[in-house]
Design a protein around this ligand. Sequence first.
Ligand SMILES: [Zn+2]
Length: 146
Amino acid sequence: MLTSQAQAPPLSLFRLAKDRWTEPFWQAAAEERLVAARCGRCKTFRHPPGPYCANCLSQQIEYVNLSGKGEIYSFTVVRRTALPGLAEIVPYVPAVITLADAPGIRMVGAIVGCDVSEVRIGRPVVVSWVHGKDASSFPHWRLETP
Ligand SMILES: [Zn+2]
């Protein structure tokens, strides 16, 4: 089916790689809360979460609730795929998102729920949750309506 609506990629493409640093992110996602890891000492955000702060090398880490608002930093529109099973979900729009209340980090996610021609660098977006079968949830992004 030909469409210009940005589709959500199938969740079968995602494989959670949880560890002690990323588990709090995925736990919050399951509750539809967007969080980001931040250094417990110097308060520098770090994403993806990891054992050391890139700024001060501290291993202290805290997870901060975010508003779920951001802005499109970069994106691409995928219109063709060589992978079987994905022809039904193009076009999809993987994007890099800057976060309104977590300076210095960006998250990757798909833009969904709009015509691909509406997607522009700098447009405000809001997080949108897509739920997997195993109680996992993944952040996608919708254009914020003025
Ligand atoms: Zn630090």
